[in-house]
Design a protein around this ligand. Structure first.
Ligand code: BMA
Length: 320
């Protein structure tokens, strides 16, 4: 497993945003990613000098070099939202049937809520609604239904700490029949106090492999006096019953080490939000397939990490 040699793949300096809103932006990070149009499409989180948030699309035929569309995404139907949204961010993309579903975090005057949008072409986007009124972030959808039910992983914000936004230490499995009303199925696992993943949240949407549903999650070490450290880890869930955790990695697979991860808007952050497997058969990523893993670095850049399915599964078992 290794970082792409030409990281970061996207920097605020290179973004061709239209002035005045998107001139000379501060950051581009935490992208949703999906295979589309014979390449990879990203949904980028961009912040301007007013620290206002926009989502922009980018497309790359090879998954390594991207062309950014300077026009920010407009969500039709957002005007029906009952709350004032300050920021809409950290999109995760899941292909389901004939459309792409996008889970979103919304900072609103009613707290941090999750929402759902859809697109078919990455040109027009429709906001489908909030997925509840619970404080929650980091929802990632499974790319298929299970006995007619949709499943997602999410992270309720149950912890309130001094001088910090509400956060959480539990990854949960939730179920829905209409994509907007969700009920908890159960907790999958919790943060490990004093180790790398004290606070946790789902990172990438689950990837179907022959050995189980694989997903990345972020873990935050909070026990260092001066700074929180955001890292990435991996876990494997049962194919037929994803409420069963087969194995959860003991070690992180990616931690801030490079300058673009150590310094920036928020130092010491790697935050994976999307991935694409190059070789799939029957909607299942093949064991030798390379996986392109897209992550935000220091809340400032978009970077790429490369691993095979086998390497990621091995990482789940290392030390266990
Ligand atoms: C989390 C989220 C992410 C962000 C990370 C590091 O709580 O807000 O969007 O990348 O913190 O600042």
């Amino acid at each position: 497993m290794k970082r792409f040699v030409n990281n970061p793949i996207l920097s605020p300096r290179e973004l061709p945003g239209a002035p005045p809103r998107l001139a000379d932006v501060s950051s581009v990070f935490n992208p949703g990613a999906v295979r589309f149009n014979n390449g990879v499409t990203l949904l980028l989180r961009v912040q301007n000098r007013g620290r206002e948030t926009f989502l922009l699309t980018a497309h790359g035929d090879d998954g390594f070099h991207f062309q950014v569309n300077p026009e920010p995404v407009v969500f039709r139907g957002l005007d029906r939202l009952p709350h004032l949204p300050y920021h809409i961010y950290d999109p995760r993309i899941t292909p389901l049937a004939d459309r792409f579903l996008i889970t979103l975090a919304l900072d609103t005057d009613a707290g941090c809520l999750t929402g759902l949008a859809e697109t078919r072409d990455f040109e027009t986007f429709r906001f489908l609604g909030l997925t509840g009124d619970e404080e929650c972030r980091n929802a990632v959808l499974f790319p298929r239904t299970f006995d007619g039910a949709y499943l997602r992983l999410d992270r309720p914000n149950t912890l309130r700490r001094a001088d910090a936004p509400p956060t959480g230490d539990t990854i949960r499995l939730s179920r829905s029949y209409d994509l907007l009303t969700w009920e908890p199925v159960g907790d999958l696992f919790k943060g490990r106090p004093r180790y790398w993943d004290e606070l946790i949240g789902p990172g990438t949407p689950p990837l179907r492999t022959e050995r189980g549903w694989l997903f990345l999650y972020h873990g935050v070490a909070t026990h260092f006096g001066s700074s929180n450290i955001y890292q990435a880890g991996v876990a494997l869930l049962d194919l037929d019953d994803p409420s069963k955790v087969i194995v959860r990695g003991r070690y992180n697979i990616l931690e801030p080490r490079e300058t673009y991860e150590l310094t920036g808007q928020v130092p010491n952050v790697v935050f994976p939000t999307g991935w694409v497997a190059e070789d799939e058969s029957d909607a299942t990523a093949l064991p030798e397939s390379r996986v392109l893993i897209y992550y935000g670095a220091a809340d400032t850049h978009v970077c790429l990490f490369l691993a095979t399915v086998n390497e990621l599964i091995e990482a789940c078992y290392a030390g266990n």
